[in-house]
Design a binder for this molecule. Structure first.
Ligand SMILES: [Zn+2]
Length: 157
């Protein structure tokens, strides 16, 4: 509990009395709540002073605590702003991670397609090599045949 709550009250004061200090001599004064806003003369220094209006009557102690919590709220509100920024940053990071994952997936997909294509190309090359060999063999066979029958088939070519 803060010290401010129980202002030492002289005897004969009711809790609803306004307690305040004279702005000139800082004398502690008490006046009935009905005197709020009135101008009185300080019994100590004889200056005219205006009686302040009381903050919420009755539960002054709890009011002070409420004030404390509001000042505490000022801190967390800054923290909340930071947290919001952090959340936004996290969301951005998550978005970027998702994009990165998608790009990785696409790269893997393309790599797979690429290797598939390479395999296809390699098998195609093998088949082409086979066909080339066959064609060369047929070529040489045809040459042999054409040489053997050169005399008979000169006009063919
Ligand atoms: Zn005074």
């Amino acid at each position: 509990m803060p010290d401010e709550t129980p202002v030492e009250q002289p005897d004969g004061l009711s809790p609803s009395d306004i307690l305040f200090e004279c702005p000139y001599c800082t004398k502690s004064l008490a006046i009935n709540i009905k005197g709020a806003g009135r101008t009185i003369v300080c019994p100590d220094c004889s200056n005219e002073i205006q009686v302040p209006y009381p903050e919420e009557p009755a539960e002054n102690g709890e009011e002070a605590e409420a004030g404390d919590t509001t000042t505490d709220d000022a801190g967390p509100s800054n923290g909340e702003a930071l947290q919001t920024e952090l959340m936004a940053a996290h969301e951005q990071i998550n978005t970027l991670r998702t994009e990165l994952d998608e790009l990785r997936f696409r790269r893997r997909y393309l790599e797979r397609v690429y290797t598939d294509n390479i395999k296809t190309i390699q098998s195609l090359n093998r088949q082409l090599a086979l066909i080339r060999n066959t064609v060369e063999q047929m070529d040489s066979i045809l040459k042999e045949v054409s040489q053997k029958s050169a005399d008979d088939t000169q006009d063919l070519g």
